[in-house]
Design a protein around this ligand. Structure first.
Ligand code: SF4
Length: 158
């Protein structure tokens, strides 16, 4: 929903602060999720994530969310699905060369990043889209990977 997507970009600073606050709480669910089985949780989590983030960010369920590095603007809404900045075709007025009726996703991402405390994360080089994980829950992946980084047993119990 384009109106909500623009709202997310305009309020990128507040959304990022909310995420920073919620992140440790969400990650604390890892032991419970591991016990229940990440595999078993995948389908309902992905459905919930698609619904919520679909409304807020026009999320395309790429499987690895980089909203915090893109000014809370989903880069998968770029018609070319570019994850590392705009192509060379941005018009002088900041609109997209493919869809001239809309602003370039990356122009909006940059504006959103300027409202965020850690806005320089937009300069981080992102890995290409992994088509093997498309449609899966980036939330669960984030929790699992954060646990693994902390050295907590994080293997999937499928
Ligand atoms: S970066 Fe991926 S997971 Fe995050 S909102 Fe965009 S499509 Fe969804």
């Amino acid at each position: 929903m384009y109106v909500m997507r623009r709202w997310g970009t305009r309020n990128a600073g507040a959304l990022a602060a909310l995420f920073r606050f919620l992140d440790p709480l969400i990650r604390a669910f890892h032991p419970l999720f591991r016990r229940l089985g990440y595999g078993r949780l995948e389908r309902p989590a992905a459905a919930l994530e698609a619904r919520l983030k679909g409304v807020l960010f026009d999320c395309r369920m790429c499987g690895r969310c980089i909203l915090r590095a893109t000014g809370m603007t989903c880069p998968m809404n770029c018609p070319k699905a570019l994850r590392n900045g705009p192509c060379g075709g941005v018009r002088a007025d900041g609109t997209c060369e493919v869809a001239p009726e809309t602003p370039c996703v990356w122009v909006e991402a940059w504006a959103g990043s300027r409202r965020m405390r850690d806005g320089k994360a937009i300069l981080t080089v992102q890995a290409p889209v992994d088509h093997d994980i498309q449609g899966s829950s980036a939330w669960l992946r984030h929790i699992r990977e954060a646990a693994a980084a902390r050295g907590v047993r994080a293997e999937q119990s499928e």
